[in-house]
Ligand binder design. Sequence first.
Ligand SMILES: N[C@@H](CCC(=O)N[C@@H](CS)C(=O)NCC(=O)O)C(=O)O
Length: 227
Amino acid sequence: MLKLYVGNKNYSSWSMRPWVAMMQTGIAFEEVYVRFDSFSADSQFKQRMNGINPAGKVPVLQDGDLSIWDTLAIGEYLAENFPEKNLWPADKATRARARSICAEMHSGFSALRSHCPMNIEALLPNRGALIWRDHAGVRADVQRIVEMWSQLLQSHGGPMLFGAFTLADAYYAPVVMRLHSYALPVPVLISEYMDRVQALPGVKAWVQAALAEKDFLAFEEPYRLQP
Ligand SMILES: N[C@@H](CCC(=O)N[C@@H](CS)C(=O)NCC(=O)O)C(=O)O
């Protein structure tokens, strides 16, 4: 059976992506949870990941002796192995577009990622309002996301970015959680898409497990003393 190594569900946005994709499309896997004690070289996390991923990060997908790390590679491996799950859009040009926005997420949106780290359990509207006021980079990232999602939802007719659920929705699910936690301002078309993403069984299952963790990690949220 496939094994998926993931970190704390409250915080690990990268782990969330393949986990949601597999849960949502019914790909069976065994979850291996590796707690974030810290990311220092001598942390239990790094020791646990030693020999599993040379980059020392989660998520990692293991298929027998084969370890696949980094979410784009995991997504491609799943799409190749489970073509019947339609993880990418069927049409070649549309598929290229879906890959483009996943790659854009992978290498971009650094202001949103650094100022609004994923924290599923938290509702931080006041913090979000200050970030929105003070960080033009966050406003620019959100503007680009709004433009991207609006264009896709309008051209494919929803309910997901490319019509039916694809890896692109799994890829942006942590962004949905960030926009929600920090209550960043978005148009109705976007908030309705966010509601639909949060209602997906795969996303609901992740959020439920994140809420059940109750594992406050001060190094993950230096802006709070307690939950
Ligand atoms: N580009 C990687 C990023 C993976 C990543 O940064 N994972 C975080 C957890 S969300 C991690 O393991 N961090 C440990 C570290 O930075 O040392 C991917 O797509 O999987």
